[in-house]
Structures are given as C-alpha cells and as structure tokens.
Write a protein that binds this ligand. Structure first.
Ligand code: PLP
Length: 400
C-alpha cells in the first residue's frame, strides 16, 4: 500500500483541476498579451480563475491579487518591497518576523539584515505558538512590517493573526501573513482580518506547482521585482502561466468547497490517528489539537531519530516528513522543536504526518500498524532510549 502523509510539503493535483488546466497546454496555448484569437481564448478563463482566487479569500475587487511563481517569491517580494519603500529610503529600519517562519521569510530577513535592516525574531511559547501581546513590546516607530505566518507548516499551529493584525493596524505598521498552510484548512477571509499582504501557493491546496499569489489591500504598495512587461498591471512582469492560474482558480474553488469536510471528517481521522500514536509510551505532541489546523500532527517518539523512522515508513510505502534539513552527515533537529527549547533527544525525533482530503481510513489504519512495528524495532536498537528514565517529564504536552 502507498500512503501519502506529506501534504504540508505538497499535495496531489485534484483531477478536476488537472482537467481544467489541460486545454491550455496543447489547444489554447496563446500568450494572453498577443493580438489574435489564440490569445483572446485565454482571457475569459483567466478572468474566471482570478475571480475564484479573489472569492476564496473574500478579497474585494479594489484590492489586488498578483500571481507569482510560488509562495517563496511572494514572501521574498513583500519583505524586499518593504526594504525598497521604507528602509532604503530611511523612513523606517525595522521588521518583525517569528522565529519559526518558513525559510523564504527567515532567509530574506537575514539577507536584509546584511543591508542594514534591523530584524526582531519573535519567540514561540511552549505550545509552539506566538503570543500576540509580546508583539506590542517590540514595535517601535521605526517598524515598517510585521510578517507572521497564519499556520505553522511543521506543527499546524494556528497563530493569532486576528490579534496581530489588530495590533499592527493600531500601531500603523504593515502586516503580512504567509497563509500557505491555511488555505483549505481554516477560513481565510481578508475582510474580517486586518491583513495588508497575504501569501498563497496553489500546490499546497491540490493545485499545480509553480504558481502562487500575493494579496495586497487597496492603498498598499509593492515595488516590482520583475521588470520588463505590463503583466499584472506592471507589478509582476513575465508571460502569464495561464494553465497554472486556471488550475489555481479551480483548486481554490475546490478548497473552499471542501473546507467543511477538512474541518470535520479529516479532523476526526487525524484525531483518531493521533489518539493511537499517543498510546505508544514516550510520545509527545507540541501544539494542542484545538490550536491546530485539522490535518497536521508533529509527534516525537523518544529514542528514535526522525530519519530512522522515515526510513522504516518509506520502506512500507508511507511518506511523512521530519521537517529537518538533512545536510550531509549532520542530522539537524526540527526547527520548531528547537525553538520551543525541547531537549536535544526529543528535537531529533519529531515526525510530521500531514493528511489531506484524499487520505482514507484504510491508509491511516495501515500507517498505525507500520508505526507500531517501527517503534518496536527502532527502540529495540536505540541506545538513547534504553537509558531514558521511565516516565521522564519532557516539558511537552502529552496527549490532547
Ligand atoms: N510558506 C510556507 C508556510 C510553506 O509551508 C511553504 C512550503 O513548504 C512555503 C512558504 C513555500 O512555498 P512554495 O513551494 O510555493 O515556494
């Protein structure tokens, strides 16, 4: 049996999405900017797709949604644009992000530091969540931007974007949120939150890879990073990825339609899976379920290297993730586990299982059996587990 439980990394393209995209490769392949029938055949489908993306996040017409190549581009763009508009010009000099943002935010912030920008990295609490009130202490009259993700990709933790947005609005600071892991898993409505910029990526909600978007509230600015054309109102030049945009539109529509199912049926499946995993002694989950999106479990099995567990799972046809970058012989620990200050022997043992609306009960039943076997085998040969004291308190919440 093959089981795909790495949906926070990427998702299968929904067959209806694929079907809608297909004609734009071999039939309607015109460049939308050309002046002939091949071009005009793309105009209406593009318009419909954009309407679906706007509707998916409840963006009013006067706001902007700009298509990009991926969320990495959208995240880079917001931070670098703020650098050009506010920091290079000397109006402000400071941005705030969380210490567990996606690398596309953290690496960009670190790059901007080399150009003179000051960056504050907000800590997470023991549940893996940002505390909005701590933000107030760090905002100064030199702060240009706060960039905090809506949902953490490792734990599935929901961050308090409502409170953060309200604080930013009161203090007159721009707020960007990376909502990549939120779309299709929790309601995202830009009109009921104080959000200035919001990042999306189609391949995280059953759309194609290579297409993302950046939402921008009316009146905000974006400095183009790609020059050379009039596409996207001149904000983002480059021939439009027609099939990708059509696919993203359909995927957004499907994600919104399936949200109820994700939040009930997939949540139930995830919870049952988690209940079974937590019956294994010395297993720990960081973020309580009610503070998480419905599809994610980040779980530590004391005494078992994450990579060793992945190996056993992979041999049995199951895809999951450790969330850690594996650099040559160095096994790095999970960044969220590190940020909450988990002991080293737990930080290396985290495994992320992320479900989707395609995950079945049979797949989860099979995975539970494989995990039980793997834990038995790997703890049997683990020297660190043999020495772990019985009932040792990890400081993490056990079972929710
Ligand atoms: N932001 C978050 C929270 C993510 O989980 C990811 C992908 O893992 C990205 C950004 C980057 O997405 P993309 O692959 O579209 O660049």
């Amino acid at each position: 049996m093959k089981v795909y439980l790495d949906n926070n990394a990427t998702t299968i393209v929904d067959p209806y999405v694929f079907e809608e995209m297909e004609p734009f490769f071999v039939q309607k392949y015109g460049n939308p900017n050309s002046l002939h029938g091949f071009a005009s055949a793309t105009h209406e489908p593009l318009k419909i797709a954009m309407e679906k993306i706007y509707a998916g996040i409840n963006a009013p017409k006067e706001d902007s949604v700009v298509i990009t190549s991926c969320a990495t581009e959208s995240n880079n763009w917001v931070l670098k644009s703020v650098y050009f508009e506010y920091i290079l010009t000397g109006r402000k000099n400071h941005i705030i992000i969380s210490e567990v943002e996606h690398p596309s935010v953290i690496a960009t912030a670190k790059y901007l530091e080399t150009l003179g920008c000051k960056v504050t990295y907000l800590p997470i609490n023991h549940e893996g969540i940002i505390e909005a009130r701590t933000l107030k202490d760090f905002i100064t009259n030199k702060t240009a931007l706060v960039s905090i993700m809506w949902v953490n990709n490792e734990t599935g933790a929901l961050f308090p974007v409502r409170e953060i947005g309200d604080i930013c609005a009161q203090k007159g600071v721009l707020f960007h949120t990376d909502a990549v892991q939120a779309i299709g898993k929790t309601p995202v409505d830009v009109q009921s939150f104080n959000v200035d910029y919001l990042t999306m990526s189609a391949h995280k909600f059953h759309g194609p890879k290579g297409v993302g978007a950046l939402y921008m509230k009316k009146g905000r600015e974006l400095t183009p990073l790609m020059h050379g054309g009039s596409q996207m109102g001149g904000l983002r030049s480059g021939t439009l990825n027609v099939a990708g945009i059509v696919g993203m539109g359909k995927a957004m529509e499907q994600a919104v339609d399936a949200l109820g199912f994700e939040m009930s049926d997939i949540k139930d499946l995830r919870d049952r899976f988690e209940d079974e995993l937590l019956k294994i002694p010395d297993t720990f989950v960081v973020t309580p379920r009610e503070k998480r999106v419905p599809n994610t479990i980040l779980i530590s099995f004391r005494g078992i290297e994450g990579e060793a567990m992945l190996w056993d799972l992979n041999r049995a046809g199951i895809a999951a993730s450790t969330g850690s970058a594996c650099a040559s012989e160095d096994l790095q620990s999970n960044p969220v586990m590190e940020a909450i200050g988990a002991e080293a022997d737990l930080a290396h043992t985290a495994i992320r299982f992320s479900l989707s609306r395609y995950t079945t009960k049979e797949e989860i039943d099979y995975t539970i059996l494989v995990v039980l076997e793997a834990v038995k085998r790997l703890r049997g040969i683990s020297s660190s587990y043999a020495y772990a004291p019985e009932g040792h308190d990890s400081g993490l919440t056990k079972g929710h």
